[in-house]
Design a protein around this ligand. Structure first.
Ligand SMILES: [Zn+2]
Length: 117
């Protein structure tokens, strides 16, 4: 695969946005269907359902946050600051940006940011 294209980051961001948006749409539909089909659950199933729902909520939250980062990444591309670590100003390696198009920090700043939380 070639990586010479200047538009590649934008394409990756657009693709990821589309994936997340459709995953979120599917999820909303699934949640609606779930509520309508309620009423035949055993107590044991209800516990697993609650766990599953909790995990789905966290997934949804994570996807929404990723969408927000992707929006910021688009703005950064427009401003010419995409791929530069927001904390230390070091260029983020291409490999990392390809794997995580919404990465805002280099690996070391990201691990510091995660420890701070
Ligand atoms: Zn950094």
């Amino acid at each position: 695969m070639e990586t010479h294209d200047n538009d590649a980051p934008l394409e990756r961001i657009a693709r990821l946005e589309a994936e997340i948006t459709s995953a979120l749409a599917d999820r909303d539909l699934a949640a609606d269907a779930d509520e309508r089909s309620d009423g035949h659950h055993h107590p044991a199933e209800a516990a697993t359902d609650a766990e599953l729902r909790e995990r789905q909520l966290q997934d949804t939250l994570r996807m929404r946050q990723q969408l927000e980062r992707l929006t910021r990444a688009r703005a950064a591309i427009a401003a010419g600051t995409y791929g530069i670590c927001v904390d230390c100003g070091t260029p983020i390696p291409d490999g990392r940006l390809i794997a995580i198009p919404d990465a805002e920090r280099c690996v070391s700043c990201q691990s510091i940011a995660m420890r701070r939380r």
